[in-house]
Ligand binder design. Structure first.
Ligand code: ATP
Ligand code: MG
Length: 395
């Protein structure tokens, strides 16, 4: 027995083996285990058909049965089990038209994208490595399984996956594989932007996103992706990014794109788009002068950090602001939001005897400003005094 996967996932394999089937760990988790990294999700592949898997285990959920995947609930833990399969004909450089279940693990491994992802591990710790994946892990190379050109013709997304693994792992893309990306780059247009976005997010969060960015530009993928700067500025000082969104922000600012353009091109969520707009605004402020109290108040910590990181990368000879300084400046603010004001619209109505209306919002804004700029302390009585004197002056 090995210390790989959870106890429940090992149990799933053993139960399948006892029922007379083969079952192994496969894919990314085996790769990450050999790299000494914490495995993300554990995948199990088996010779049992999906129906057979469902017969062996009392609790299962059909999550992707047409692709051969069944979720087994083992001691309440969900474990993904996928039947050995090949992918037959491909049209349009996208997903296969048909999935065919097979009995041989080698056939299943052969349809996988890269040698480092075509590894399997038995529950007793034996590595099954028909394509030299372990050597490629040692040599730090991303190499297509079989003929790279054919593999990218089958599924063009693999080209972006190659680049994302280069970023995530800090590996080289092997020469033939890289050449095949250059030749087939145009076919990425057939792949849905949703699938590209998933890989781009992982690229952004990788150890060496610049490597990924550079590869996209050098292979010409950049000309066929929904939106990508042709002449990417390598933002070496600003990586790795804390979040994928920081990477998107770097891409936006190096390409001179707007947040809405980028959001439209990659179908970003509203939350992602708002973050990028805020980074753009914060970056513009930083270009003009150093941040003011209003900026520290208006922008979130994450937005300021992202903008500052990218600004520093664009202006390496200028002195930057550290994350610690940003945090300090924000913690020194008398208030962090309007909600923290010790007064509200009802107070203003009571003090003036006036009914509600647009004037309330305007005055709340003025109060917010004067508290933020320490013209008035954030204290109900003090604000009342300040407000009434100002209010009377205006009458
Ligand atoms: P991560 O750690 O980011 O999840 P991963 O290698 O597990 O990386 P997944 O997208 O979860 O990547 O895919 C799981 C496995 O399925 C891969 O390791 C690979 O063997 C195979 N795979 C995934 N996508 C493709 C594809 N487009 N073509 C061929 N094989 C693929
Ligand atoms: Mg995975």
């Amino acid at each position: 027995m090995i210390e790989f996967g959870s106890a429940s996932s090992r149990k799933v394999i053993k139960v399948l083996e006892e029922a007379g089937y083969e079952a192994v760990f496969v894919g990314g988790s085996v790769r990450d285990y050999l790299l000494g990294k914490d495995a993300s999700d554990i995948d199990i592949a088996t010779s049992a058909s999906p129906e057979e898997v469902k017969q062996v285990f009392p609790n299962t959920i059909d999550v992707g049965i047409e692709h051969g995947t069944v979720l087994v609930l083992m001691d309440r833990e969900p474990i993904e089990v996928t039947t050995y399969r090949t992918e037959s004909t491909y049209t349009d450089h996208r997903r296969p038209d048909e999935v065919k279940f097979v009995k041989s693990l080698n056939e299943d491994l052969r349809r996988r994208d890269f040698t480092i992802n075509a590894l399997a591990l038995t529950v007793t710790g034996e590595l099954i490595d028909p394509f030299g994946g372990r050597d490629d892990l040692k040599g730090q190379v991303i190499r297509a399984v079989g003929n790279a050109h054919d593999r990218f013709m089958e599924d063009a997304l693999r080209m972006v996956r190659a680049v994302r693994f280069a970023s995530v792992l800090g590996f080289e893309v092997e020469a033939n594989t890289r050449q095949a990306i250059s030749v087939n780059a145009e076919t990425i247009r057939h792949v849905s932007v949703e699938r590209i976005k998933v890989e781009m997010d992982k690229l952004m969060k990788g150890k060496e996103p610049n490597r990924g960015f550079a590869l996209i530009a050098e292979t010409g993928l950049s000309r066929h992706l929904p939106l990508f700067p042709q002449d990417i500025r390598i933002i070496s000082e600003s990586v790795p990014y804390e979040s994928a969104l920081e990477g998107w922000a770097a891409l936006m600012l190096s390409g001179g794109f707007s947040a809405s353009e980028l959001a439209r091109a990659y179908k970003l969520s509203n939350h992602e788009k708002d973050f990028l707009s805020a980074v753009q605004a914060s970056f513009d402020r930083r270009q003009m002068e150093c941040y003011t109290t209003d900026d520290y108040y208006r922008f979130t910590f994450n937005v300021l950090c992202a903008a500052e990181k990218i600004w520093q990368a664009f202006n390496p000879s200028e002195s930057g602001i550290t994350q610690h300084e940003i945090a300090m400046k924000q913690s020194e603010l008398p208030i962090r939001s309007k909600e923290e004001l010790r007064v509200n619209g009802k107070d203003l109505m009571a003090w003036t005897g006036q009914r509600g209306g647009p004037w309330l919002g305007e005055w709340m804004n003025r109060i917010e400003k004067s508290v933020l700029h320490r013209k008035c302390p954030n204290d109900t009585e003090k604000i009342k005094e300040w407000f009434l004197s100002e209010y009377k002056r205006q009458e």
